[in-house]
Design a protein around this ligand. Structure first.
Ligand SMILES: Nc1ncnc2c1ncn2[C@@H]1O[C@H](COP(=O)(O)OP(=O)(O)O)[C@@H](O)[C@H]1O
Ligand SMILES: CCCC(=O)OP(=O)(O)O
Length: 382
């Protein structure tokens, strides 16, 4: 295989969008620079066709829209040195850049860990890569596992906790914070909070994410319920009101802000609160309260010795939310905010580290694929 240019195409498939970006290595600055990026939105009508099917059933459709977008802006497929896709629900694995291999594709096809749009990332990247004879990679997949052993206990031997979350953005933001402070990530003790459609509150120590809430835990977010009182949940499961898929959808995709207020849009909720909507105010306040509670838990995980609380993700754009959250958590450590997410850049940088020989790509082994009694999740696909 030959690396034909220094351009990398990064692909981040979300439940209702496909984000793509073309990146180039800026050798002088040692960084990846974005030449072009686009968020391709998929309407309900377009996705309706795939309702009830696996994430990978959308592969041809998503590949088609990416090809069209590239054609429109004039980037030929064979002009890329490599392709990077968001890493999906694979078995728990070390962080890093992994070359996409057949075993990984097979694992995603089997969806043993569940369905989520991120499962498409590796498959799209390798489809394009094989067409032109270059390599495809994933970087810091959603199942990055750096947890300490005690974090794995759920409280029931039948259920083992294991990590799922926004590792790609969280690890990139943790490294960025360290760079900005001219410190080594490994020397910092951090709480990094991703405030997106899903919320991940994570504890970092020694350059590792040693614990975090998973999508089934933690605060409620724009459309996820987070922690639920477990015996009440059992009653709901056996109430006859919902089947398994409906319940799954209720907690992941139609929970949280959406369940209470019928919108996932934080700005709309802020406008409603400003206009005197008491429900909007109460739910908004409760979400922030629960995020702060989880941050406190991670402060305890770090034994109260925390260098910084770092906020990131779409909701970190809201000055009101940040200021309220700051009020709750500033006693833990100073708060730094990196609003939004730059997952495409994080993907490209991970691939450039490999192309430039700074890092060896890791190899995915089917041995990672052992299932440890974890229920299969269907995350936000329908
Ligand atoms: N500029 C903004 N101000 C306030 N809230 C925002 C802003 N941009 C996005 N959000 C909110 O952030 C949430 C989605 O975060 P985002 O990181 O975009 O999610 P995703 O995980 O889907 O990429 C939504 O509730 C959205 O309304
Ligand atoms: C699958 C865990 C990560 C996650 O929740 O991602 P999104 O917020 O992009 O759905």
């Amino acid at each position: 295989m030959t690396e034909v240019s220094s351009r990398v195409l990064a692909i981040n498939p979300g439940s209702t969008s496909t984000k793509v970006g073309v990146f180039r290595r800026n050798v002088a600055h040692g960084s990846a620079e974005c030449d072009w990026t686009q968020t391709i939105r998929h309407s309900d009508a377009e996705l309706e066709h795939f309702r009830g099917w696996s994430a990978l059933s959308q592969a041809d459709f998503r590949a088609g829209v990416i090809r069209n977008a590239l054609q429109q802006v004039g980037y030929p497929l064979d002009g890329f040195a490599a392709f990077a896709g968001r890493g999906g629900l694979l078995p728990p694995m070390e962080c890093g850049t992994y070359e996409v291999n057949d075993e990984m594709v097979e694992e995603l096809r089997a969806a043993r860990r569940g369905e989520h749009a991120s499962n498409l990332g590796a498959v799209l990247a390798v489809t394009f890569a094989r067409e032109i004879g270059v390599r495809a990679y994933i970087v810091d997949p959603v199942t990055v596992d750096e947890w300490q052993p005690c974090a794995r206990f759920s409280g029931l031997p039948q259920i083992t906790r294991s990590p799922i979350g926004h590792a790609l953005n969280i690890k990139a933001v943790a490294r960025r914070f360290a760079r900005d402070q001219q410190r080594s990530y490994a020397a910092l003790r951090l709480i990094v909070i991703h405030l997106g459609s899903g919320i991940t509150v994570s504890a970092h120590c020694g350059g590792r994410m040693i614990d975090q809430n998973t999508p089934e835990e933690g605060p409620f977010g724009p459309d996820r319920s987070g922690w639920l009182p477990v015996r009440e949940l059992i009653k709901l499961c056996f109430s006859g009101r919902y089947n398994e898929k409906q319940l799954d959808r209720l907690v992941f995709g139609e929970g949280g802000l959406y369940a209470y207020l019928e919108t996932r849009d934080l700005q709309e909720i802020e406008h409603r609160a400003d206009a005197g909507d008491a429900d909007a105010t109460a739910v908004y306040d409760a979400m922030i309260y629960k995020i702060a509670k989880e941050a406190g838990a991670m402060g305890a995980v770090l034994e109260g010795r925390v260098d910084a609380v770092v906020l990131t993700g779409g909701m970190a754009h809201s000055e009101r939310l940040v200021s309220r959250l700051r009020g709750y958590v500033e006693w833990i450590a100073p708060v730094t905010v990196y609003p939004g997410e730059d997952e495409l850049l994080a993907l490209a940088e991970g691939v450039f580290r490999v192309l430039d020989g700074e890092e060896e790509p890791k190899v995915f082994h089917p041995g990672h694929a052992e299932r440890k009694g974890r229920e299969v999740l269907v995350l936000g696909l329908e």
